[in-house]
Design a protein around this ligand. Structure first.
Ligand SMILES: [Zn+2]
Length: 300
């Protein structure tokens, strides 16, 4: 029973953000939406609206963007892209299926070719329950037209944009996108700078997988790579290492408590050490993060 109450409270807390995926009324007017453009390196940019960070490469071949934010942002995003050279991107890569990274598909999808891991297309055709809510399937022109399973490259504006699947981290369809020449990487929601991440266990995500993916990225990325996280400011490998340490340490704390026979309620009551207070001040609070770790490590 207590478990049931906890999950009801949990979905109550998170349901506002879930509704926001499909209901613009939870945002301010479209007029209040802004898109901030930051030059990252060479012809690679980061754009920030209301949802996930957008990556872009611009030039004579047209524009390729990584993710396309909520639909409430679409018009402002189009205006910002027009300033960068073209109002309609030639390619859109979806790092995963969540609405704060893909709702713009509907606005841009008739003109642009949408690229994603094969599981993203599946999820958008039949969205899993998220924060206790079931969202509508995407219309066909808003679905990825090109899908891949391991990796694929788009060659555009003198750059190789390499999209690589990292399995079962944030979801089961996560892409990390490398701008090889510019040495810029968009990590999607595998990376929340300095904060506990949202791990979507109902979409095939797992804490163990996320830790593994970040570990492998730390080992392979050049030390001076510029990192665009799914959410938060432009970051570095040092930030990624700090985030990895938070994931590893907090998971170990919860696992040790589980091994010692503590119940979820007891673990939450004890909480995490003070040094992780800041990490729990974002979208995912400490209680929710403990819940996620517990659920992820309880799965067989
Ligand atoms: Zn996400």
């Amino acid at each position: 029973m207590r478990k049931l109450i906890t999950s009801i409270i949990l979905s109550g807390v998170l349901c506002l953000s879930a509704l926001a995926h499909n209901d613009d009324s939870h945002f301010e007017n479209k007029q209040d939406v802004t898109v901030k453009v930051t030059k990252v390196s060479g012809n690679v940019y980061m754009l920030q609206g209301r949802g996930g960070n957008i990556g872009a490469i611009v030039g004579p071949d047209g524009i390729l963007i990584i993710d396309d934010d909520y639909k409430v942002v679409s018009e402002k995003l189009r205006d910002a892209l027009k300033e960068l050279g073209s109002a309609s991107p030639k390619f859109i890569v979806n790092t995963h299926w969540h609405g704060d990274h893909t709702e713009g598909n509907e606005f841009f999808g008739k003109q642009s070719i949408i690229v994603a891991h094969t599981n993203v297309r599946k999820r958008l055709m039949d969205p899993p329950v998220i924060f206790g809510q079931k969202t509508a399937p995407y219309v066909s022109f808003a679905l990825p037209m090109l899908t891949y399973t391991e990796s694929m490259s788009v060659h555009i504006n003198g750059e190789e944009v390499k999209t690589v699947h990292y399995p079962n981290g944030h979801t089961d369809g996560d892409s990390v996108v490398f701008f090889v020449k510019a040495n810029v990487v968009h990590l999607g929601d595998d990376f929340f700078v300095g904060r506990f991440p949202f791990v979507d266990l109902d979409s095939g995500g797992s804490v163990q997988g996320l830790i593994r993916n970040i570990d492998s990225l730390i080992k392979t990325l050049p030390a001076d790579a510029k990192l665009i996280p799914g959410h938060g400011p432009l970051a570095t490998i040092t930030d990624l290492k700090a985030y990895h340490q938070i994931l590893v340490e907090t998971s170990a704390i919860v696992q040790d408590a589980m091994k010692a026979g503590k119940s979820l309620e007891e673990i939450k009551k004890t909480g995490l050490p003070e040094k992780y207070k800041d990490a729990g001040s974002g979208f995912i609070k400490t209680d929710v993060w403990i819940d996620t770790i517990h659920r992820s490590y309880s799965k067989k």
